[in-house]
Design a protein around this ligand. Structure first.
Ligand code: GDP
Length: 392
């Protein structure tokens, strides 16, 4: 499907930038338009692919291009004040050519955390196209303020978008590595998963369009109904047909019916299990997910209807949902088969409950410290017996 992507804040901008790179590499054509919005000039300058005239610096009067720190209330205020400037960039998007908006933001910081929900609300008021969010949760080692920001932003963002797709940095941190050290790899993971998912509904010219191919309306229907979504992924290398040399041709491996159907079916079903039970973008219990979409991507001869149908049934059993869609995404010349599962309307998410708990503790702690520091300052500045008078 074709998306208008808006990266809000540093993480949002970097990830949208990476989506463009992914698009160019794979020819998937999912990024119809891309915009970056930030209060920090340096972050906008660091982007590589988003065109210069699609980079919007907001809040110049308030923060002079230096960002909002991690103050997401200020981020939200600035987004509201400068919404016309953002709209100015959005006006250049041929909205009739996009299937949906996708607002990407790290929820732990200030600009994206505060601004993304404000923009979502604005877009929903103006356009009829769905407005989705891709929210990045902070790592638990980032500290209380980031957790508090994320918990408050999450709550607001879910309310304002048609669906919030979530990626949890914490679940993707490698042991012994700080989250920031691994952002590049994490961002690759993000665009791979969401790239296949959104690319599925956008089969480009020259590719055969079978009845079983996923259509963008199926992605939209799976996401409709709102709530929170997570994405599972698993892949397995296969021999691309194009690489079949003389030897494979002699063996007859170039013919369409040379693959063992049972083996292909089994490979698909085991990939589906791996994708659903492996690490999700937001770890959660898949039981109770309201809707799901299974996308099998890869060279057409490695995809078969029976395997996808079995995988789809298995997801129905595991989630208890009656609304599980499935289809394929033929990618000629690819050297792997991948299963992507979108689980929409998930509600059993211990990570969110934990995030909220830590956020509440951080909030109480901050209030306490603020009170204490007021007291401490006043006892420092004022003499004990109150004998001194201030000047005015
Ligand atoms: P903002 O510019 O004020 O919106 O804040 P940032 O986007 O810099 O940071 C917000 C949060 O996003 C951080 O707390 C991190 O959890 C996360 N983050 C920052 N940069 C990246 C990135 O490149 N990739 C990912 N996955 N997360 C990031």
């Amino acid at each position: 499907m074709k998306l208008a992507m808006i990266g809000f804040g540093q993480a949002g901008g970097k990830i949208v930038d990476k989506f463009i790179e992914y698009d160019e590499r794979h020819g998937s054509e999912i990024v119809r338009s891309a915009i970056a919005v930030n209060t920090a000039k340096a972050d906008l300058m660091g982007l590589k692919h988003i065109p210069q005239d699609k980079r919007v610096l907001i809040g110049q009067a308030r923060v002079k291009g230096h960002g909002v720190g991690a103050d997401n209330e200020l981020g939200a205020e600035i987004a509201e004040e400068d919404i016309d400037e953002i709209q100015g960039a959005i006006d250049s998007i041929p909205v009739h050519e996009v299937d949906a908006f996708l607002i990407v933001a790290g929820l732990g910081g200030g600009t994206g955390s505060g601004g993304a929900p404000v923009l979502a609300k604005h877009l929903k008021r103006i356009y009829t196209e769905p407005v989705y969010g891709l929210g990045i949760l902070p790592g638990s080692d980032e500290g209380g303020i980031y957790t508090l920001n994320a918990a408050r932003s999450f709550q607001t963002f879910v309310r304002e978008v048609d669906n919030l797709l979530v990626f949890d940095n914490d679940a993707w941190r490698k042991t012994g590595e700080s989250v920031s050290g691994g952002y590049n790899q994490i961002n690759e993971e993000i665009v791979r998963r969401f790239g296949i998912l959104f690319g599925a509904g956008e089969v480009s010219k020259g590719q055969e369009v079978a009845e079983s191919v996923v259509d963008s309306s199926e992605i939209i229907n799976t996401l409709s109904g709102g709530g929170v979504s997570t994405v599972g992924y698993a892949s397995e290398d296969v021999e691309p047909r194009e690489s079949g040399g003389l030897l494979s041709r002699l063996r007859g491996e170039d013919s369409d019916d040379d693959l063992d159907t049972a083996h292909t079916t089994n490979r698909i079903t085991s990939l589906v299990r791996k994708a659903a039970l492996g690490r999700l973008t937001l770890p959660c219990e898949i039981e109770g997910a309201e809707r799901a979409l299974l996308v099998m991507a890869g060279p057409p001869r490695y995809l078969n209807r029976k395997g996808i149908e079995r995988g789809r049934k298995w997801i129905e059993e595991q989630t208890g949902s009656m609304e599980v869609r499935g289809g394929d995404y033929p990618v000629r010349g690819s050297d792997f088969v991948a299963g992507v599962i979108l689980l929409s309307g998930v509600t059993n998410v211990p990570r969110i409950k934990e995030l909220q708990q830590v956020a509440i503790e951080a909030q109480d702690n901050l209030d306490e410290i603020r009170e204490e520091s007021e007291e401490n300052l006043s006892s420092l500045v004022n003499d004990d017996a109150d004998e001194l008078e201030s000047l005015f």
